[in-house]
Design a protein around this ligand. Structure first.
Ligand code: NAP
Length: 242
């Protein structure tokens, strides 16, 4: 049985991906920073749960220890937990922010979860992934992380593009980490994915896709075989320009 961990899987895209991977026969660990939310989600899904706050290195280490003790390996890691960024001057999270609002502190907040969190989870779980016959990592990025997507001339090739300097920079950094890990660890299938603009709490449910549509590329990347792609930036429509 494929052992899979999804961070931030107690709701929204992570929860939907967990639901579909359970249906495909994976033993899924719902990573949740709130154990009660994790327990409820896991119960509904027929999954397991582990407390994991990606900004808390001790909780990541302890989650890795628990899965090692229970399963002895990890086959698939989905780095899904993410935040939209700082509150803008209107107090709205994730709202397009102006260049003047960007400070080291606003960047640090969003990088803490979206980049350092994902990197630390990967670091702690690499030894367990190393015991799998087909280790797979999915980094859940965004089309906003595409530098080629910034609309310098005319329309952006990224649907629903908005200016969001901190968030976009964090996802671009996650994309580069993906490429670097793919180069350094050819035994790993590691890809970064853009779920597309999806109605979740993340954007006050303004997204135009359903969670089923958004989770499709996460599930596809989580189920690649040994000969599958690695070091790619993918959406449901195909490759995304870096
Ligand atoms: P969401 O509805 O806000 O859910 C985010 C999940 O991440 C929740 O389970 C949340 O837990 C968890 N989380 C946040 N910070 C965490 C932390 N420090 N440790 C552990 N878990 C944490 O967001 P979503 O729309 O499902 O987004 C999931 C991923 O897709 C994110 O990486 C996001 O950047 C990416 N994405 C989303 C869209 C979109 O349109 N929705 C588009 C492109 C990319 P709590 O319930 O405890 O808050």
């Amino acid at each position: 049985m494929t052992i899979t961990l999804i961070t931030g899987a107690n709701k929204s895209l992570g929860f939907q991906a967990a639901r579909e991977l359970v249906a495909l026969g994976h033993l899924v660990y719902v990573g949740a920073r709130d154990p009660e939310k994790g327990r409820r989600a896991a119960e509904e899904l027929g999954a397991r749960t582990v407390r994991l706050d990606v900004t808390d290195p001790a909780s990541i280490r302890s989650a890795a220890g628990q899965i090692k003790a229970d399963e002895g390996r990890l086959d698939v890691l989905v780095n899904n937990a993410g935040i939209p960024g700082h509150l803008n001057s209107a107090g709205i999270p994730g709202h397009p922010s102006t260049a003047r609002e960007v400070t080291a502190e606003t960047l640090r907040t969003v990088f803490e979860t979206n980049v350092f969190g994902a990197a630390q989870v990967l670091h702690e779980f690499l030894p367990l992934l190393g015991t799998s016959e087909n280790p797979v990592v999915v980094n859940v990025s965004s089309g906003l992380g595409s530098i080629a997507g910034v609309p310098f001339e005319g329309e952006s090739p990224v649907e629903s593009w908005i200016p969001a300097p901190g968030y976009a920079a964090s996802k671009a950094a996650l994309n580069m980490l993906t490429a670097q890990f793919a180069y350094l660890l050819p035994e790993l299938r590691i890809n970064t994915v853009d779920p597309g603009y999806t109605a979740t709490d993340f954007n006050g449910h303004r997204g135009t896709q359903t969670v089923e549509e958004g989770a499709a590329i996460i599930v596809r990347a989580a189920t690649v075989g040994k000969d599958g792609p690695t070091g790619k930036y993918l959406s449901a429509q195909g490759p995304v320009a870096w």
